[in-house]
Design a binder for this molecule. Structure first.
Ligand SMILES: [Zn+2]
Length: 68
């Protein structure tokens, strides 16, 4: 019913269970399971919801950034 699109590989479907990932360079993305695993494996993702231990700086063009 509701088509969703992975913001990384642009795979589209109505049965994609997108997951929220915060990419180190691209900020917050909704990605499919494959991409999520990929990001995780490559350590390209800012993991978890930390209380502010890390220094996350949005470079600017991050539309979905709500970390502020
Ligand atoms: Zn994907």
């Amino acid at each position: 019913m509701s088509m969703v699109t992975c913001e990384l590989c642009n795979q589209t479907g109505d049965d994609l269970s997108l997951r929220e990932a915060v990419h180190k360079d691209m900020g917050k993305k909704w990605v499919c399971g494959d991409c999520w695993t990929n990001l995780y494996d490559k350590n390209s993702m800012i993991a978890g919801t930390t209380g502010g231990g890390g220094t996350f700086s949005c470079p600017g063009g991050c539309a979905g950034c709500r970390n502020a």
